[in-house]
Design a binder for this molecule. Structure first.
Ligand SMILES: Nc1ncnc2c1ncn2[C@@H]1O[C@H](COP(=O)(O)OP(=O)(O)OP(=O)(O)O)[C@@H](O)[C@H]1O
Ligand SMILES: [Mg+2]
Length: 278
């Protein structure tokens, strides 16, 4: 395992730190307990960008749900800014893009992006909404409803909505999964740019190793279920990072190392329906 967290760049915003200590999470599955996560430890510094990589079903979305205060660990501790995660949600400092994009089906693109303002009881900042529509390349589609958009367009709405209130904690669950390779890389670079301007403590779940290495300060590799940390890779390259970085040998070295780890047996999913205890 490589060393500890990068010191994040100075920021005037009070981005929160995250502490995940000795966390286990089980789900009741029929008459058994399915152990999704076990012995998970991870500290994320304020303003740090962490990417989570790991096999399907190892608990990545579950980790994000716990950080968003939508779920609780079965044992162990999850804190954001030293507090229970729910407090951050209550103070509207959280931005989240779910794996399933969860848009309002009856509302247009602009109205979906504006939702966080309405939930917070704030006047909608039309300028901010327009800026985000442009950022995610949906100009001209402001009134289009989700059913009239492609999967990738819906994902882009979801990302824009997560950014709407300049969140201090940003949780992104495979936000670019439905995009074509070219759009995906463009969105990666845009996210890197936005993030450099407005650093938020960020946890990105992705299956794309290139994306993780391009965007994150640290890439955390989880084992197959039950998920725990098997490797932490420091990616200490200067920001803002341009797409050209992905053509450099040092980039490929790191990507190859992480890909090999994901291919190795300890990253494979427990084939029994659980790590389960009867
Ligand atoms: N609400 C739930 N009830 C029961 N089991 C659940 C629930 N949520 C998740 N699980 C189980 O916990 C495990 C981890 O699920 P999770 O969605 O966190 O995986 P993931 O790493 O995000 O996978 P993927 O990469 O496929 O999105 C899975 O085996 C899943 O079946
Ligand atoms: Mg998931």
């Amino acid at each position: 395992m490589t060393s500890t967290a990068n010191a994040p760049s100075a920021t005037s915003r009070s981005t929160p730190g995250v502490e995940i200590r000795g966390v286990a999470k089980s789900f009741r599955s029929g008459r058994r307990d399915l152990v999704a996560i076990d012995g998970l430890d991870l500290t994320i510094a304020p303003g740090e960008f962490v990417a989570l990589l790991g096999p399907s079903g190892c608990g990545k979305s579950t980790v994000l749900r716990m950080l968003a205060g939508l779920d609780e660990p079965t044992s162990g501790l999850v804190t954001v800014d030293g507090e229970s995660p729910g407090d951050l949600v209550a103070s509207r400092r959280l931005g989240i893009a779910f794996q399933e994009h969860a848009l309002m089906p009856w509302a247009g693109v602009a109205a979906n992006i504006a939702l966080p303002f309405r939930i917070a009881g704030r006047r909608v900042d039309a300028e901010r909404v327009a800026e985000l529509v442009e950022l995610v390349g949906l100009t001209g589609f402001e009134k289009a409803r989700p059913s009239q958009l492609s999967g990738g367009m819906r994902q882009r709405v979801s990302i824009a909505r997560a950014l709407a209130l300049h969140p201090e904690l940003l949780l992104l669950d495979e936000p670019f999964g439905a995009l074509d390779a070219v759009t995906r890389r463009r969105m990666n670079v845009e996210l890197a740019r936005v993030w450099s301007e407005e650093p938020a403590t960020t946890v990105l779940v992705t299956h794309d190793v290139d994306e993780a290495v391009l965007l994150a300060d640290r890439v955390v590799v989880l084992s197959g279920r039950p998920g725990r940390v098997v490797h932490v890779e420091d990616v200490a390259w200067r920001r803002p990072r341009a797409a050209g970085l992905t053509r450099e040998p040092r980039f490929h070295e790191v990507v190859d190392r992480l890909t090999a780890l994901l291919d190795s047996p300890h990253a494979e999913q427990d084939p029994t329906p659980s790590g389960a205890t009867p």
